[in-house]
Design a protein around this ligand. Structure first.
Ligand code: PH2
Ligand code: MG
Ligand code: MG
Length: 163
């Protein structure tokens, strides 16, 4: 059997409804079983106040996935996962049982109606940059450079590692 070369994707997970810690852990477990994919590193869980949103504190994490799924296929699989966790889309940034954002796919830049890569707000968010740089300290964000260099700009956003 021939196997396709794997791309590396980074996925941001977030939840602030139900039992967010259990949800994010369970979602990480599901990602590890995704077809045509192999799990890489998973970050710690982080807690932060909702940013530009309302509701309870969020639990966030970032997962690395090696995959032969194309970006659009991976996005569809992540949306399926959100559905499995009972996500209801009521209004923009409404509290959610599970949000799965495709942050990076190799160093690809994609701008379509359904998918923007890199994720358009990831460079401004401590709840993405902190877990991302925990598992990929040297990662570059296309158009923005090393993710680590952006950490000082988000240092005022309160975020705590969950133990
Ligand atoms: N996601 C949002 C909006 N605001 N705030 C935190 N702390 N964590 C999130 O995952 C988050 C948010 C939209 O997806
Ligand atoms: Mg999101
Ligand atoms: Mg989302």
């Amino acid at each position: 059997m021939t196997s396709l070369p794997l791309s590396t994707a980074y996925i941001g997970l977030g939840a602030n409804l139900g039992d967010p810690q259990e949800t994010v852990k369970a979602a990480l477990g599901f990602l590890a079983t995704l077809r045509q994919s192999r799990a890489g590193r998973f970050s710690s869980l982080y807690r932060s106040a909702p940013m530009d949103a309302d509701g309870a504190d969020y639990i966030n994490a970032v997962a690395e996935l090696h995959t032969s799924l194309a970006p659009a296929e991976l996005l569809a699989a992540l949306q399926d996962l959100e559905q499995q966790f009972g996500r209801v889309r009521s209004y923009q940034n409404a509290p959610r049982t599970l949000d799965c954002d495709l942050l990076l796919y190799d160093q690809q830049i994609i701008c379509t109606e359904s998918l923007q890569l890199p994720h358009p707000r990831m460079h401004q968010r401590a709840f993405v940059l902190r877990p991302l740089t925990e598992i990929a300290p040297d990662i570059h964000i296309p158009n923005f450079g090393p993710a680590r260099a952006l950490l000082p700009e988000v240092a005022s956003q309160t975020i705590a590692k969950v133990d």
